[in-house]
Write a protein that binds this ligand. Structure first.
Ligand SMILES: [Zn+2]
Length: 272
């Protein structure tokens, strides 16, 4: 694993050096490229500790390492939770039609955790038809349950516990999605036994960067959704320009032949 990491770091370093030469030529470009570049570097230098949702001390190390990198405080008292909320460092998590809170004493979390819950619960409702149940968020150190690890990151506000669903398909869906996000190095998830639940530690900067990339991709896709035909265009040239196929264009627009006319508005399939 170390060898892979070293080579990834070397690659990132070389790539960084190459990008730097190009980027210094344009100050405006530097502003645009740098945040994305940093997100990628941070994301790729974080090792994948487990992909099976099995808890381990390595996984705990990683969660604490990320908390340290973000300079997070391990909040000790309920008063401090309220103070962090008043400063906007923690936000209130309020239930929606897609998720509920069950016996959560402190319904506050880092903003990125709230974003994660909002996105995941929406997808979970579509995939599985039931509400996601949140059983824990920020927990000050003096209110940790007796069986909690003293290295738990719940006091930092970057963790959320999800109830173990009675529906096998819902569990399978959730485990697949958590595994994928873990592979993308934006969180660390473990399946806990007592009581059965999923513990998810969100890596705030990495997760926010990941969502931003997804949203940018969606925005550029929706910009391509309709296209006005110009004279000289053919289905083939339009398909080529939008990285789609003539057949997909025909299907999306209910066209039988290849005849199109200037001024006609065509739907360009969004999945390309
Ligand atoms: Zn937990």
């Amino acid at each position: 694993m170390r060898q892979i990491l070293v080579s990834v770091k070397t690659y990132v370093y070389i790539w960084g050096a190459m990008t730097k030469t190009v980027v210094t030529k344009s100050a405006a470009k530097r502003v645009f490229i740098c945040p994305l570049f940093l997100i990628l570097v941070v994301a790729w230098t974080i090792p994948v500790s487990s992909q099976s949702l099995r808890g381990s001390s390595k996984s705990l190390d990683l969660q604490n390492q990320v908390a340290e990198e973000h300079d997070f405080t391990y909040i000790d008292t309920p008063e401090r939770v309220r103070y962090f909320a008043s400063q906007g460092w923690l936000v209130r998590v309020s239930p929606t039609r897609n998720f509920q809170l069950h016996a959560v004493s402190f319904p506050f979390a880092r903003p990125e955790v709230a974003l994660f819950i909002e996105r995941l619960s929406r997808q979970y409702m579509v995939a599985c038809g039931e509400q996601l149940v949140i059983t824990s968020l920020t927990r000050p150190t003096e209110r940790q349950p007796r069986n909690a690890s003293d290295r738990s990151v719940h006091p930092t506000g970057m963790a959320v516990d999800l109830r173990y669903s009675g529906n096998q398909n819902c569990r399978a869906w959730l485990e697949r999605v958590l595994g994928e996000l873990e592979q993308a190095r934006v969180l660390e998830a473990t399946r806990e036994r007592y009581p059965p639940h999923y513990h998810v530690a969100i890596f705030p900067n990495q997760y926010a960067g990941y969502v931003e990339v997804l949203q940018r991709r969606t925005a550029s896709r929706s910009a391509e959704i309709s296209y006005t035909v110009r004279s000289g265009d053919s289905l083939w040239t339009i398909a080529r320009r939008h990285q789609t196929t003539v057949d997909d264009l025909r299907q999306a627009n209910g066209l039988r032949g290849s005849k199109i006319y200037a001024g006609q508005v065509l739907e360009v399939p969004a999945n390309h």
